[in-house]
Design a protein around this ligand. Structure first.
Ligand SMILES: [Ca+2]
Length: 228
């Protein structure tokens, strides 16, 4: 008999939902209940209650098949699974372009050779297939500090900018355009809220890539990020 192997992938991610009774069967013996489970794609367990169910089924037993809701799951067959696995492995094996450093498994960072205004810097990163880098955690900041420090430049533009108009006290990230959730401001920064400092740079070495708001128009080195 051919065996089919299936894998269950959660549609929405997150924790598995609580198991539910998928079906109930009237059976004679426990083995029959286990076979019912094997027949049912979403079964991961069964509950066999031996003995009388009703007068009509005096000698029969109750078999409950439990599993999880169909809407939460997506079934992948062996081919889909292999394809997903290959893609993931390929991504992990993929190298960054020359002169970029790899970090976090699937990200590459690059510090520019030349200086540019923030807008030109962003265009340069995009032309390289990425965007200006956005530090999203203390680990990112530490790595960015190490990369920038190695290049011996002390102010490097990143993909964070000040909102306009009545959003001028908020900062946003390139790409998704959402307000920053992680920040790493240098003490006393941001301080250019008179409209003169609408872009953000990281400052090294003493402040270890802490953020400062700076003019968007002054040409500086910049850092690009590429997701593999
Ligand atoms: Ca400033």
């Amino acid at each position: 008999m051919a065996t089919s192997l299936y894998f269950i992938k959660m549609r929405k991610g997150g924790p598995l939902p609580a198991p539910a009774i998928l079906s109930t069967h009237i059976v004679d013996v426990e083995e029959e209940c286990s076979l019912k489970c094997l027949e049912e794609l979403h079964c991961f367990g069964f509950n066999f209650n031996s003995g009388s169910i009703t007068n009509k089924y005096a000698s029969k037993s109750n078999c409950q098949i439990s599993g999880r809701n169909f809407e939460d799951m997506e079934i992948m067959d062996g081919n889909d699974w292999n394809e997903m696995k290959n893609q993931t492995e390929k991504q992990l094996d993929q190298n960054c372009p020359d002169n970029w450093t790899k970090f976090g498994g699937d990200r590459c960072y690059y510090v520019s050779e030349k200086t540019a205004t923030w807008a030109a810097a962003r265009a340069d990163c995009q032309a390289r297939g990425g965007d200006l880098a956005v530090p999203r955690s203390a680990e990112d900041s530490q790595h960015i500090y190490e990369v920038v420090n190695e290049r011996n430049v002390n102010r490097v533009l990143i993909g964070v900018y000040r909102g306009a108009g009545n959003l001028a006290n908020k900062f946003y990230t390139v790409g998704s355009g959402v307000e920053v959730s992680y920040t790493n401001w240098k003490r006393g920064e941001p301080n250019g809220n008179d409209g003169s400092e609408n872009c953000v740079a990281v400052k090294t070495p003493t402040t270890k890539a802490a953020w400062i708001d700076v003019s968007c128009d002054y040409p500086r080195y910049f850092m690009c990020e590429l997701i593999l």
